[in-house]
Ligand binder design. Structure first.
Ligand code: SAM
Length: 453
């Protein structure tokens, strides 16, 4: 799983060690399988396995005791935390001195009121959470009791047709709303007739256990959020900022249009990347004294459309013969290697724990290195034995082998400290060369030479 584009404070940027979890939690162990390589894995398509993973992580990392019902959506933690941490960043920017109590609203809180319990445990925030589904409502109430969080979170049972109006206390002030709406349009999936056994769209990250009403609504997420937007103007004196997660990128444009039409004073969007799943976040306000900040995107610009990066983890253990492992030391060695490959280099990020460089190669100096060395030696041996006239030809020919006037490969290299014991190296192909294969070869070259003294 590529976790490097998760929020910088997301603890699951370092993926959980499944072996450790299996040893510690018998309820997780029964879903853990050992691969031939010895690696412990779970089947992410198996709802029970995903449920066990979320439950044990909540226990281990947040001291939250949660029992998730078997037929309801399983909240996966990396995504929930990415959203929550983005909201925290927004609040921090609009109101940095947060001495006062933070109070949010969660619309459709689900089976264990995941956002409120995480936010209450991690940040001490208060929440009013709404839920339309009876099972989810009851399970969320039980979760609060089991974790003694009733003083921080209030759950309100609402009807599926309602939004906020009539469900919250209009006389008080709320800092923000959160919402993970049912993404799908209930009219466009599900059996059309009794003979039609079309299944629900599988939500792999939920382990496919979600009930229809949790993931689908008439008109899909755009209609759901449209209903919320209709109430925003009226609620602007009591809710400062509204936010939602979106399951489809295509929903952003119509919702932003609805916001403009409704008179929102500012808005901001983001992307939540966790492994192979991407979701989108949108925040807006109707308050004239507030501007929703546009926070820098964690994902590099180029990667929005391009292929994923090639990854390599440099462990402390592997690096030990070269001294202490640090991003600066690894970068120094990498620059040395890229220089030896005659590359042009430009630094684009230079932080202590994160560095990025762009590199440009005008010739292929890295592939078939051994063959080239052998050829080079043979040519120079032959050249010594040849008369002067032939020598020039051989030299010219070998030069031509290496230099192609039109060759220009551009790539991006990121180095990031993932924890105290390892540094992640990521390489992106930007353009030219033989595409990603060139980057693959350069990465291989790095792996071969990185640990040399
Ligand atoms: C996609 S689930 C999200 C659950 C949880 N917030 C999470 O992120 O895991 C959507 C939830 O909204 C609830 N829901 C649907 N319509 C609602 C409404 N009008 N008001 C409140 N909750 C609603 C569903 O029952 C479901 O629990």
């Amino acid at each position: 799983m590529n976790s490097s584009f998760m929020h910088p404070r997301n603890p699951y940027r370092t993926p959980p060690d499944f072996k450790e979890l299996a040893l510690k939690f018998p309820e997780f162990r029964k879903h853990a399988k050992q691969k031939l390589t010895g690696k412990i894995e779970i089947d992410f398509k198996d709802a029970a396995a995903v449920r066990a993973l979320s439950t044990v992580l909540l226990k281990r990392d947040f001291n939250l005791d949660v029992e998730l019902p078997p037929d309801r959506l399983v909240p996966t933690l990396p995504l929930r935390l990415n959203y929550l941490l983005w909201v925290e960043d927004l609040l921090q920017q609009v109101n940095p001195v947060s001495e006062q109590i933070v109070h949010g609203i969660d619309i459709g809180t689900g089976a264990c009121c995941i956002y409120p319990i995480l936010a209450a445990r991690m940040k001490g925030w208060h929440f009013t959470a709404t839920e339309a589904d009876e099972t989810n409502y009851k399970c969320s109430l039980e979760t609060l009791e089991r974790n003694c969080l009733q003083s921080h979170v209030t759950i309100v049972k609402v009807t599926a047709e309602s939004m906020l109006h009539g469900n919250i206390d209009n006389s008080r002030k709320y800092d923000f709303t959160m919402c993970n709406p049912p993404f799908f349009d209930s009219d466009s999936f599900g059996p059309k007739s009794r003979s039609d056994k079309r299944p629900l769209p599988m939500c792999p990250k939920s382990g496919g256990s979600a009930s229809t009403t949790e993931i689908a609504v008439k008109g899909g997420e755009v209609k759901f959020i449209e209903n919320l937007i209709k109430e925003c103007q009226e609620l602007k004196s009591c809710v400062r900022m509204f936010t939602t997660m979106l399951g489809h990128k295509s929903s952003l444009a119509p919702i932003i249009l609805l916001l403009k039409e409704a008179g929102a004073s500012s808005w901001s969007e983001t992307e939540f990347c966790q492994g192979r799943t991407t979701r989108w976040g949108l925040a807006w306000t109707f308050c004239d004294d507030l501007t929703v900040p546009k926070l820098p995107q964690i994902r590099p610009k180029n990667n929005g459309k391009g292929p994923p990066p090639l990854n390599y983890v440099i462990s402390d253990e592997r690096w030990s013969n070269k001294g202490d492992l640090s991003v600066a030391c690894v970068l120094m060695k990498i620059l040395e290697l890229l220089n030896s490959l005659k590359m042009e280099i430009r630094k684009i990020k230079d932080k202590k724990d994160k560095k990025a460089i762009e590199f440009v190669a005008r010739e292929n100096t890295w592939s078939n290195q051994r063959r080239k060395q052998r050829e080079g030696k043979r040519n120079s041996d032959q050249a010594c034995e040849q008369p002067e006239s032939k020598r020039a030809k051989i030299d010219g020919c070998s030069l031509e082998l290496q230099k192609d006037q039109n060759f220009c490969l551009k790539g991006l290299l990121l180095l990031e400290e993932t924890n105290t014991e390892s540094i992640q190296l990521q390489m992106y192909w930007i353009e030219g060369g033989s595409g990603r294969e060139s980057i693959n070869q350069i990465l291989q070259y790095m792996k071969n030479h990185l640990f040399e003294k």
